[in-house]
Design a protein. Structure first.
Length: 406
Protein backbone atom coordinates (compact mmCIF):
# COMPACT_ATOMS: atom_id res chain seq x y z
CA UNK A 1 0.00 0.00 0.00
CA UNK A 2 2.86 2.35 0.84
CA UNK A 3 4.50 1.87 -2.57
CA UNK A 4 1.19 2.54 -4.35
CA UNK A 5 0.69 5.81 -2.45
CA UNK A 6 4.33 6.78 -3.05
CA UNK A 7 4.05 6.15 -6.78
CA UNK A 8 0.77 8.07 -6.96
CA UNK A 9 2.36 11.10 -5.26
CA UNK A 10 5.41 10.92 -7.56
CA UNK A 11 3.26 10.73 -10.68
CA UNK A 12 1.12 13.68 -9.58
CA UNK A 13 3.80 16.07 -8.32
CA UNK A 14 6.96 15.15 -10.25
CA UNK A 15 5.78 16.92 -13.45
CA UNK A 16 5.36 20.14 -11.42
CA UNK A 17 8.88 19.79 -10.05
CA UNK A 18 10.30 19.12 -13.51
CA UNK A 19 8.44 22.10 -15.00
CA UNK A 20 9.84 24.34 -12.26
CA UNK A 21 13.37 23.04 -12.89
CA UNK A 22 13.00 23.54 -16.65
CA UNK A 23 12.16 27.19 -16.05
CA UNK A 24 15.03 27.70 -13.58
CA UNK A 25 17.77 25.68 -15.31
CA UNK A 26 18.42 26.65 -18.92
CA UNK A 27 20.00 23.29 -19.81
CA UNK A 28 16.98 21.33 -18.57
CA UNK A 29 14.67 23.73 -20.38
CA UNK A 30 16.36 22.85 -23.66
CA UNK A 31 15.92 19.12 -22.99
CA UNK A 32 12.22 19.60 -22.24
CA UNK A 33 9.95 18.18 -19.53
CA UNK A 34 8.70 15.16 -21.49
CA UNK A 35 12.13 13.64 -22.12
CA UNK A 36 13.17 14.30 -18.50
CA UNK A 37 9.99 12.68 -17.19
CA UNK A 38 10.50 9.71 -19.49
CA UNK A 39 14.01 9.16 -18.14
CA UNK A 40 12.83 9.54 -14.53
CA UNK A 41 10.03 7.06 -15.23
CA UNK A 42 12.39 4.42 -16.62
CA UNK A 43 14.69 4.83 -13.61
CA UNK A 44 11.73 4.47 -11.23
CA UNK A 45 10.76 1.25 -12.96
CA UNK A 46 14.10 -0.33 -12.08
CA UNK A 47 14.08 0.35 -8.30
CA UNK A 48 13.92 -2.97 -6.40
CA UNK A 49 11.06 -3.23 -3.92
CA UNK A 50 8.97 -0.45 -5.45
CA UNK A 51 7.66 -2.42 -8.41
CA UNK A 52 5.08 -5.14 -7.78
CA UNK A 53 1.65 -6.20 -9.00
CA UNK A 54 -0.09 -3.42 -7.03
CA UNK A 55 2.09 -0.62 -8.41
CA UNK A 56 1.85 -2.05 -11.94
CA UNK A 57 -1.95 -2.00 -11.63
CA UNK A 58 -1.72 1.66 -10.60
CA UNK A 59 0.49 2.49 -13.58
CA UNK A 60 -1.87 0.65 -15.92
CA UNK A 61 -4.89 2.55 -14.60
CA UNK A 62 -3.11 5.92 -14.86
CA UNK A 63 -1.96 5.35 -18.44
CA UNK A 64 -5.48 4.18 -19.36
CA UNK A 65 -7.30 7.11 -17.72
CA UNK A 66 -4.99 10.02 -18.56
CA UNK A 67 -5.44 9.95 -22.34
CA UNK A 68 -9.27 10.03 -22.46
CA UNK A 69 -9.11 12.98 -20.05
CA UNK A 70 -6.19 14.83 -21.63
CA UNK A 71 -7.12 14.39 -25.29
CA UNK A 72 -10.36 16.44 -25.30
CA UNK A 73 -8.79 19.10 -23.04
CA UNK A 74 -5.97 19.62 -25.53
CA UNK A 75 -8.33 19.58 -28.50
CA UNK A 76 -10.48 22.26 -26.83
CA UNK A 77 -7.43 24.54 -26.90
CA UNK A 78 -6.70 24.08 -30.60
CA UNK A 79 -7.82 26.42 -33.37
CA UNK A 80 -8.83 24.11 -36.19
CA UNK A 81 -8.40 24.83 -39.85
CA UNK A 82 -8.97 22.45 -42.75
CA UNK A 83 -5.64 23.62 -44.13
CA UNK A 84 -4.00 21.82 -41.20
CA UNK A 85 -5.10 18.49 -42.74
CA UNK A 86 -3.11 19.20 -45.89
CA UNK A 87 -0.56 16.49 -46.55
CA UNK A 88 -2.13 13.90 -44.22
CA UNK A 89 -2.76 11.43 -47.05
CA UNK A 90 0.78 11.63 -48.40
CA UNK A 91 2.29 11.37 -44.95
CA UNK A 92 0.12 8.37 -44.02
CA UNK A 93 1.01 6.56 -47.23
CA UNK A 94 4.72 7.25 -46.71
CA UNK A 95 4.50 6.03 -43.12
CA UNK A 96 2.73 2.77 -43.98
CA UNK A 97 5.12 2.02 -46.86
CA UNK A 98 8.09 2.74 -44.58
CA UNK A 99 6.88 0.33 -41.87
CA UNK A 100 6.11 -2.47 -44.35
CA UNK A 101 9.42 -2.12 -46.22
CA UNK A 102 11.42 -1.92 -42.97
CA UNK A 103 9.65 -5.05 -41.71
CA UNK A 104 10.47 -6.97 -44.89
CA UNK A 105 14.11 -5.87 -44.75
CA UNK A 106 14.34 -6.80 -41.08
CA UNK A 107 12.77 -10.19 -41.66
CA UNK A 108 15.20 -10.98 -44.49
CA UNK A 109 18.06 -10.22 -42.09
CA UNK A 110 16.81 -11.79 -38.87
CA UNK A 111 13.61 -13.74 -39.57
CA UNK A 112 15.18 -17.18 -39.98
CA UNK A 113 17.02 -16.77 -36.66
CA UNK A 114 13.91 -16.00 -34.58
CA UNK A 115 11.58 -18.51 -32.93
CA UNK A 116 8.12 -18.21 -34.54
CA UNK A 117 9.57 -15.62 -36.92
CA UNK A 118 6.43 -15.20 -39.08
CA UNK A 119 4.20 -14.68 -36.03
CA UNK A 120 6.68 -12.23 -34.46
CA UNK A 121 6.76 -10.29 -37.74
CA UNK A 122 2.96 -10.25 -37.86
CA UNK A 123 2.66 -8.93 -34.31
CA UNK A 124 5.28 -6.25 -34.86
CA UNK A 125 4.04 -4.95 -38.20
CA UNK A 126 0.58 -4.67 -36.63
CA UNK A 127 1.99 -2.98 -33.54
CA UNK A 128 4.08 -0.45 -35.46
CA UNK A 129 1.09 0.61 -37.56
CA UNK A 130 -1.55 0.59 -34.85
CA UNK A 131 -0.01 0.34 -31.42
CA UNK A 132 -0.14 -2.16 -28.55
CA UNK A 133 -3.89 -2.70 -28.99
CA UNK A 134 -3.24 -4.26 -32.39
CA UNK A 135 -0.43 -6.38 -30.96
CA UNK A 136 -2.79 -7.73 -28.31
CA UNK A 137 -5.44 -8.51 -30.92
CA UNK A 138 -2.90 -10.25 -33.17
CA UNK A 139 -1.63 -12.30 -30.22
CA UNK A 140 -5.08 -13.83 -29.99
CA UNK A 141 -5.54 -14.15 -33.75
CA UNK A 142 -2.17 -15.85 -34.29
CA UNK A 143 -2.24 -17.90 -31.05
CA UNK A 144 1.05 -16.38 -29.88
CA UNK A 145 2.39 -17.62 -26.49
CA UNK A 146 1.56 -15.30 -23.56
CA UNK A 147 5.06 -15.33 -22.03
CA UNK A 148 6.72 -14.41 -25.32
CA UNK A 149 4.11 -11.71 -25.93
CA UNK A 150 5.00 -10.05 -22.61
CA UNK A 151 8.69 -10.21 -23.52
CA UNK A 152 8.03 -8.83 -27.01
CA UNK A 153 6.00 -5.99 -25.55
CA UNK A 154 8.87 -5.17 -23.15
CA UNK A 155 11.32 -5.04 -26.03
CA UNK A 156 8.97 -2.76 -27.93
CA UNK A 157 8.78 -0.37 -24.96
CA UNK A 158 12.59 -0.34 -24.66
CA UNK A 159 13.23 0.46 -28.34
CA UNK A 160 10.38 2.98 -28.39
CA UNK A 161 12.01 4.70 -25.41
CA UNK A 162 15.26 5.05 -27.40
CA UNK A 163 13.18 6.21 -30.39
CA UNK A 164 11.61 8.95 -28.25
CA UNK A 165 14.97 9.97 -26.80
CA UNK A 166 16.28 10.42 -30.34
CA UNK A 167 13.28 12.45 -31.50
CA UNK A 168 13.07 14.65 -28.41
CA UNK A 169 16.81 15.29 -28.16
CA UNK A 170 18.01 15.88 -31.73
CA UNK A 171 15.47 14.34 -34.12
CA UNK A 172 12.90 17.16 -34.18
CA UNK A 173 15.53 19.86 -34.72
CA UNK A 174 17.36 17.86 -37.39
CA UNK A 175 14.24 16.91 -39.38
CA UNK A 176 13.07 20.53 -39.30
CA UNK A 177 16.37 21.64 -40.82
CA UNK A 178 16.15 19.21 -43.74
CA UNK A 179 12.41 18.97 -44.46
CA UNK A 180 10.03 21.87 -45.18
CA UNK A 181 9.02 23.52 -41.93
CA UNK A 182 6.91 26.51 -40.97
CA UNK A 183 7.53 27.73 -37.44
CA UNK A 184 4.28 27.28 -35.44
CA UNK A 185 2.78 30.57 -34.34
CA UNK A 186 2.84 31.21 -30.61
CA UNK A 187 -0.59 31.67 -29.11
CA UNK A 188 -0.06 33.98 -26.20
CA UNK A 189 -2.40 36.23 -24.33
CA UNK A 190 -2.38 38.69 -21.50
CA UNK A 191 -2.26 38.03 -17.78
CA UNK A 192 -5.10 35.79 -16.61
CA UNK A 193 -5.51 37.92 -13.52
CA UNK A 194 -6.91 40.69 -15.74
CA UNK A 195 -9.46 38.33 -17.22
CA UNK A 196 -7.66 37.98 -20.54
CA UNK A 197 -6.89 34.63 -22.15
CA UNK A 198 -3.62 32.91 -21.38
CA UNK A 199 -2.68 30.50 -24.18
CA UNK A 200 1.04 30.19 -23.56
CA UNK A 201 2.12 26.58 -23.13
CA UNK A 202 2.97 25.49 -19.56
CA UNK A 203 1.58 28.72 -18.12
CA UNK A 204 -0.47 27.78 -15.04
CA UNK A 205 -0.50 31.25 -13.48
CA UNK A 206 -3.91 32.05 -12.04
CA UNK A 207 -5.09 28.44 -12.20
CA UNK A 208 -5.93 28.32 -8.48
CA UNK A 209 -7.68 31.69 -8.41
CA UNK A 210 -11.48 31.76 -7.99
CA UNK A 211 -11.96 32.13 -11.73
CA UNK A 212 -9.37 29.46 -12.48
CA UNK A 213 -10.99 26.88 -10.18
CA UNK A 214 -14.36 27.69 -11.72
CA UNK A 215 -12.87 27.06 -15.14
CA UNK A 216 -11.53 23.67 -13.99
CA UNK A 217 -15.07 22.51 -13.17
CA UNK A 218 -16.32 23.71 -16.56
CA UNK A 219 -13.47 21.88 -18.32
CA UNK A 220 -14.28 18.66 -16.47
CA UNK A 221 -17.96 19.05 -17.38
CA UNK A 222 -17.03 19.51 -21.05
CA UNK A 223 -14.74 16.47 -20.95
CA UNK A 224 -17.40 14.30 -19.29
CA UNK A 225 -19.87 15.40 -21.96
CA UNK A 226 -17.45 14.31 -24.70
CA UNK A 227 -16.88 10.98 -22.94
CA UNK A 228 -20.62 10.37 -22.77
CA UNK A 229 -21.00 11.17 -26.47
CA UNK A 230 -18.11 8.83 -27.28
CA UNK A 231 -19.66 5.99 -25.29
CA UNK A 232 -22.97 6.55 -27.08
CA UNK A 233 -21.17 6.40 -30.44
CA UNK A 234 -19.50 3.14 -29.40
CA UNK A 235 -22.88 1.74 -28.32
CA UNK A 236 -24.52 2.80 -31.60
CA UNK A 237 -21.77 1.21 -33.70
CA UNK A 238 -21.97 -1.93 -31.57
CA UNK A 239 -25.75 -2.15 -32.04
CA UNK A 240 -25.39 -1.78 -35.81
CA UNK A 241 -22.69 -4.48 -35.93
CA UNK A 242 -24.78 -6.80 -33.75
CA UNK A 243 -27.79 -6.37 -36.07
CA UNK A 244 -25.64 -7.00 -39.15
CA UNK A 245 -24.32 -10.19 -37.55
CA UNK A 246 -27.85 -11.27 -36.65
CA UNK A 247 -27.20 -11.20 -32.90
CA UNK A 248 -29.72 -10.05 -30.27
CA UNK A 249 -29.03 -6.52 -29.05
CA UNK A 250 -27.67 -7.03 -25.53
CA UNK A 251 -24.74 -5.51 -23.65
CA UNK A 252 -22.69 -8.66 -24.21
CA UNK A 253 -23.38 -8.92 -27.95
CA UNK A 254 -22.94 -5.17 -28.51
CA UNK A 255 -19.49 -5.06 -26.87
CA UNK A 256 -18.51 -8.44 -28.30
CA UNK A 257 -19.44 -7.43 -31.84
CA UNK A 258 -16.35 -5.22 -32.05
CA UNK A 259 -13.95 -8.14 -31.91
CA UNK A 260 -10.59 -8.08 -30.16
CA UNK A 261 -8.91 -4.71 -30.17
CA UNK A 262 -11.66 -2.70 -31.92
CA UNK A 263 -13.42 -1.11 -28.94
CA UNK A 264 -10.65 1.38 -28.14
CA UNK A 265 -10.16 2.69 -31.73
CA UNK A 266 -13.90 3.41 -32.03
CA UNK A 267 -13.91 5.03 -28.59
CA UNK A 268 -10.94 7.27 -29.41
CA UNK A 269 -12.45 8.22 -32.77
CA UNK A 270 -15.74 9.15 -31.08
CA UNK A 271 -13.96 11.10 -28.34
CA UNK A 272 -11.83 13.00 -30.86
CA UNK A 273 -14.87 13.87 -32.98
CA UNK A 274 -16.88 15.07 -29.98
CA UNK A 275 -13.98 17.21 -28.71
CA UNK A 276 -13.38 18.80 -32.12
CA UNK A 277 -17.07 19.70 -32.45
CA UNK A 278 -17.07 21.11 -28.90
CA UNK A 279 -14.00 23.23 -29.63
CA UNK A 280 -16.07 25.37 -32.03
CA UNK A 281 -18.51 26.34 -29.26
CA UNK A 282 -17.94 29.78 -27.70
CA UNK A 283 -18.24 28.59 -24.06
CA UNK A 284 -15.58 25.96 -24.71
CA UNK A 285 -13.28 28.42 -26.48
CA UNK A 286 -13.30 30.52 -23.31
CA UNK A 287 -11.80 27.61 -21.33
CA UNK A 288 -8.30 29.02 -21.75
CA UNK A 289 -6.64 26.62 -19.32
CA UNK A 290 -7.94 23.45 -20.98
CA UNK A 291 -4.86 22.87 -23.14
CA UNK A 292 -2.38 23.30 -20.31
CA UNK A 293 -4.34 21.12 -17.89
CA UNK A 294 -4.49 18.42 -20.55
CA UNK A 295 -0.79 18.90 -21.12
CA UNK A 296 -0.09 18.30 -17.43
CA UNK A 297 -2.04 15.04 -17.64
CA UNK A 298 0.18 14.07 -20.59
CA UNK A 299 3.20 14.70 -18.36
CA UNK A 300 1.71 12.32 -15.78
CA UNK A 301 1.09 9.80 -18.55
CA UNK A 302 4.70 10.12 -19.74
CA UNK A 303 6.33 9.31 -16.41
CA UNK A 304 3.80 6.54 -15.66
CA UNK A 305 4.12 4.75 -19.00
CA UNK A 306 7.93 4.96 -18.88
CA UNK A 307 7.98 3.43 -15.40
CA UNK A 308 6.27 0.31 -16.77
CA UNK A 309 9.44 -0.72 -18.59
CA UNK A 310 11.27 -3.37 -16.55
CA UNK A 311 14.75 -3.89 -17.99
CA UNK A 312 15.45 -6.77 -15.57
CA UNK A 313 12.94 -8.98 -17.40
CA UNK A 314 14.70 -8.65 -20.74
CA UNK A 315 16.78 -11.60 -21.93
CA UNK A 316 19.09 -10.02 -24.49
CA UNK A 317 21.00 -13.22 -25.20
CA UNK A 318 17.99 -15.41 -25.95
CA UNK A 319 16.04 -12.84 -27.96
CA UNK A 320 18.89 -10.86 -29.54
CA UNK A 321 17.59 -11.24 -33.09
CA UNK A 322 14.08 -10.23 -32.06
CA UNK A 323 15.55 -7.11 -30.51
CA UNK A 324 17.54 -6.35 -33.68
CA UNK A 325 14.41 -6.97 -35.75
CA UNK A 326 12.55 -4.35 -33.67
CA UNK A 327 15.38 -1.85 -34.06
CA UNK A 328 15.28 -2.38 -37.82
CA UNK A 329 11.51 -1.84 -37.98
CA UNK A 330 11.30 1.25 -35.75
CA UNK A 331 14.44 3.14 -36.74
CA UNK A 332 14.45 1.74 -40.28
CA UNK A 333 10.89 2.93 -40.88
CA UNK A 334 11.77 6.35 -39.48
CA UNK A 335 14.69 6.64 -41.93
CA UNK A 336 12.61 5.40 -44.88
CA UNK A 337 9.76 7.75 -44.03
CA UNK A 338 12.21 10.63 -43.85
CA UNK A 339 13.56 9.79 -47.33
CA UNK A 340 10.03 9.47 -48.74
CA UNK A 341 9.11 12.78 -47.10
CA UNK A 342 11.97 14.46 -48.97
CA UNK A 343 10.64 13.08 -52.28
CA UNK A 344 7.01 13.95 -51.50
CA UNK A 345 7.88 17.32 -49.88
CA UNK A 346 6.09 16.47 -46.63
CA UNK A 347 6.57 18.92 -43.76
CA UNK A 348 8.81 17.89 -40.90
CA UNK A 349 6.23 18.06 -38.11
CA UNK A 350 3.70 16.08 -40.15
CA UNK A 351 6.29 13.39 -40.81
CA UNK A 352 7.18 13.16 -37.11
CA UNK A 353 3.61 12.89 -35.78
CA UNK A 354 2.79 10.33 -38.49
CA UNK A 355 5.71 8.17 -37.41
CA UNK A 356 4.82 8.51 -33.72
CA UNK A 357 1.12 7.86 -34.33
CA UNK A 358 1.77 4.70 -36.35
CA UNK A 359 4.55 3.27 -34.17
CA UNK A 360 3.17 4.24 -30.77
CA UNK A 361 -0.55 4.89 -31.47
CA UNK A 362 -2.61 8.13 -31.13
CA UNK A 363 -2.27 8.49 -27.32
CA UNK A 364 1.37 9.47 -27.82
CA UNK A 365 0.59 12.18 -30.38
CA UNK A 366 -0.30 14.90 -27.82
CA UNK A 367 3.01 14.25 -26.08
CA UNK A 368 4.93 14.78 -29.32
CA UNK A 369 2.94 17.85 -30.44
CA UNK A 370 3.70 19.35 -27.03
CA UNK A 371 7.42 18.68 -27.48
CA UNK A 372 7.27 20.29 -30.93
CA UNK A 373 5.12 23.18 -29.62
CA UNK A 374 2.84 22.74 -32.62
CA UNK A 375 -0.85 22.19 -31.89
CA UNK A 376 -1.79 22.26 -35.58
CA UNK A 377 -0.58 18.71 -36.20
CA UNK A 378 -2.48 17.24 -33.24
CA UNK A 379 -5.64 16.32 -35.15
CA UNK A 380 -3.78 15.14 -38.32
CA UNK A 381 -1.58 12.94 -36.13
CA UNK A 382 -4.54 11.37 -34.36
CA UNK A 383 -6.28 10.87 -37.73
CA UNK A 384 -3.28 8.93 -39.01
CA UNK A 385 -3.27 6.79 -35.87
CA UNK A 386 -6.97 5.94 -36.19
CA UNK A 387 -6.39 4.72 -39.75
CA UNK A 388 -3.36 2.81 -38.49
CA UNK A 389 -5.60 1.11 -35.93
CA UNK A 390 -7.93 0.07 -38.73
CA UNK A 391 -5.32 -1.42 -41.07
CA UNK A 392 -2.82 -2.76 -38.49
CA UNK A 393 -4.57 -6.07 -37.83
CA UNK A 394 -5.01 -6.76 -41.54
CA UNK A 395 -1.34 -6.01 -42.24
CA UNK A 396 -0.23 -8.14 -39.28
CA UNK A 397 -2.17 -11.25 -40.34
CA UNK A 398 -1.18 -10.78 -43.99
CA UNK A 399 2.51 -10.40 -43.05
CA UNK A 400 2.52 -13.52 -40.85
CA UNK A 401 0.94 -15.61 -43.63
CA UNK A 402 3.32 -14.35 -46.32
CA UNK A 403 6.46 -14.70 -44.20
CA UNK A 404 5.42 -18.28 -43.31
CA UNK A 405 5.83 -19.18 -46.99
CA UNK A 406 9.59 -18.49 -46.86
Amino acid sequence: MFTVILYALIFIFMPAVVLWLCKKVNFLGKIGPILILYIIGVLLGQIPGLNNDATFALKDKITTIMIPLALPMMLFGCQFNFKDMKGVGKSLLAGLIAVVVATVMGYLLFGSKMVDGPKVAGLLVGCETGGTINMAALKMALNFPEERYVLLNSYDMLICFLYFVFLLSIGIKWFRKVLPHTEPSKQEGADYSTGEAVMEENNYRGLWSARGVGQIFKILLAVISCLVVSVLIVALVGIVLALIQGEPVTLKTVTGSFGAGWFMPVFILGLTTAAIVASFLKPVRKLTFSYNIGLYLIYIFSIAVASMADVTKLNFGQELYTLLFLVCIIFGSLLLQFLLSILLKIEADMMIVTSVSLINSPPFVPMMTSAMKNRKVLVPGITVGIIGFAVGNYLGILASQLFALF
